[in-house]
Write a protein that binds this ligand. Structure first.
Ligand SMILES: Cc1ncc(COP(=O)(O)O)c(C=O)c1O
Length: 395
């Protein structure tokens, strides 16, 4: 039942306005969302790769309900059990030794840069510059805008904080040329998500590891988007067999609850009490949700499932490519995939898909991104492909 003109009220009260007309979402279950008019949508956007288990997964709902009825928040002055349990689960299932919890991807990456700078003070004569890549994306805080190699996000906020350099992606020579005595770390997404779903080459990540070892630099992977099973492994570094020193996580970890954090190997875990902090970081409800998500992913081999579904989605998108000359390329890793379009019709394709009940995302006017929940089935993929097939036929 429609109870108010929500788009009008949004325009009146919120600073951030939605650009194009969009449905008012009121309910979610599994891979589906419903708007206020009762229309059903197949969700291949998953709240920007957040709803790893789909919407309102019973394990996540129950964990949140139970924790909310027990202890919602206290301070990090005290031990809280979900935080310690989630840390244990993350450490036991990765190559890292220590974790720090925050509330979002950008905050996680801020913490990572602080950690790297402190490490540089101790180990590298105060080196502090972090090299990241053009078309990378690390968040919207001021420092992360500097790390995010997209002039469009940087221009309105200049001057940007010092100590960041952006170089081309998948180009080891550019990293080598940019490295100097002030360089402390390389910050990289194993697959650039917002930048158009660009996977790193195997050689690039191996060369980066080698370069960091030779030059005594920290290698940092931003797995905010690729993490928690989306790549076909729990984390994308496992797909490549290249271990970073530090890794940031967020998005899928909370299954929809706001949580972020970073993991570090012992030699890089240089924070001492008082060095860094967050009022809400490690919040019991968010951590309880994180425990439920990780247990579901681990106990049901959802990473492997995501890998298989990703291959299936990729093959079905390539089927469409052979049928529609509008599609010029398909790429991705696991359930993070994209197609390129010959013409700048991305916005129109996305809104026609929405009208037909399929939620997808456009990363540029010529690139569409697909990042469904990890729990999708082949039937869900076929349904999405049928809608896309029909819509592309109109262009
Ligand atoms: C790779 C990557 N890092 C960081 C972020 C920022 O995360 P948040 O929006 O939670 O701050 C994003 C968000 O899309 C991301 O994709």
């Amino acid at each position: 039942m429609i109870t108010a003109n929500w788009p009008e009220l949004e325009k009146k009260y919120l600073m951030f306005n939605i650009k194009r007309p969009q449905p008012v979402m009121v309910r979610g279950e599994g891979v589906r969302l419903w708007d206020e008019a009762g229309r059903e949508y197949l969700d291949f956007m998953a709240g920007w790769a957040v709803n790893a288990l789909g919407h309102c997964h019973p394990a996540v709902v129950s964990a949140i309900q139970q924790q909310a009825a027990t202890l919602i928040h206290t301070s990090n002055q005290y031990y809280t059990i979900p935080q310690i349990e989630l840390a244990k689960l993350l450490i036991e299932n990765t190559v890292f030794d220590k974790v720090f919890f925050g509330n979002s991807g950008a905050e996680a990456n801020e913490g990572v840069v602080k950690l790297a700078r402190k490490w540089g003070k101790i180990n590298k004569a105060g080196a502090y510059t972090v090299i990241s890549t053009l078309k990378g994306f690390h968040g919207r805080t001021l420092a992360m805008v500097a790390a995010t190699g997209k002039p469009h996000y940087q221009e309105p906020y200049k001057p940007l904080p010092a100590g960041f350099l952006n170089v081309p992606y998948n180009d080891i020579e550019a990293i080598k040329a940019a490295t100097n005595s002030e360089t402390v770390a390389i910050l990289i997404e194993p697959v650039q998500g917002e930048g158009g779903v660009n996977p790193a080459t195997q050689q690039y990540l191996e060369d980066l590891r080698k370069w960091c070892d030779e030059e005594k630099l920290l290698l940092i992977f931003d797995e905010v988007q690729t993490g928690i099973g989306r790549s076909g492994k729990l984390f994308a570094y496992e797909v490549y067999g290249v271990e970073p020193d530090i890794m940031s996580v967020a998005k899928g970890l909370g299954g929809g609850m706001p949580i972020g954090g970073f993991l570090a190997k012992q030699h890089a875990a240089v924070f001492e009490p008082g060095d860094h902090g967050s009022t809400f970081g490690g919040n019991p409800v968010a951590c309880a949700a994180g425990i439920a998500v990780l247990n579901e992913v681990l106990n049901n081999n959802l990473s492997e499932h995501a890998g298989k579904m990703g291959e299936y989605l990729g093959s079905r998108l390539r089927d469409l490519m052979s049928k529609h000359s509008l599609i010029t390329a398909e790429r991705g890793l696991g359930l993070l995939r994209a197609i390129d379009l010959r013409d700048e019709v991305g916005a129109e394709v996305v809104s026609r898909c929405h009208e037909e009940g399929l939620l997808i995302n456009m990363v540029s006017p010529t690139t569409l991104r697909f990042m469904p929940p990890l729990i999708i089935t082949e039937a869900n993929v076929d349904e999405a492909i049928d809608i896309l097939d029909q819509v592309l036929g109109e262009f």
